[in-house]
Write a new protein. Structure first.
Length: 128
């Protein structure tokens, strides 16, 4: 990388600042349009180069409640990390956007071979 190229960390900081300015959280826009364009180009290139297997379906820890865990889910190709919520049944977990149920074993979470999230909620065992 030469001295004229912006680092990814700097690009993200510029974009975060710009977003805060757009939302009215900052009074002045301190970055020139050319720097904003460069920051967008860098971040977009990183996203395009991202392996989809690196995408995570997990919440930041500060947004998780006492019934949620983020872990590697086995037997789910392409989704290495996700936040699962514990149901009211023993060792039965679910994800907000997936129909499957999961169980926790010594090797991590595994897809449960019986039942669905829909059935779990119909019987009153889901958490809202």
């Amino acid at each position: 990388m030469n001295n004229n190229e912006m680092e990814l960390k700097t690009a993200i900081e510029i974009l975060e600042y710009h977003q805060e300015w757009r939302q009215g959280k900052r009074d002045d826009m301190i970055h020139e349009p050319s720097k904003l364009t460069e920051a967008l180009d860098i971040v977009l290139q990183q996203v395009k180069n991202c392996d989809l297997a690196d995408v995570r379906l997990s919440l930041p820890h500060e947004e998780m409640n006492e019934y949620q865990k983020t872990d590697v889910v086995l037997n789910m190709e392409g989704i290495p990390f996700m936040t699962l919520t514990e149901s009211k049944l023993p060792n039965t977990w679910y994800h907000e956007h997936l129909p499957y149920l999961f169980t926790l074993s010594s090797g991590g979470f595994r897809v449960h071979n019986k039942g669905t999230k829909e059935g779990l909620f119909k019987r009153g065992f889901g958490r809202q």
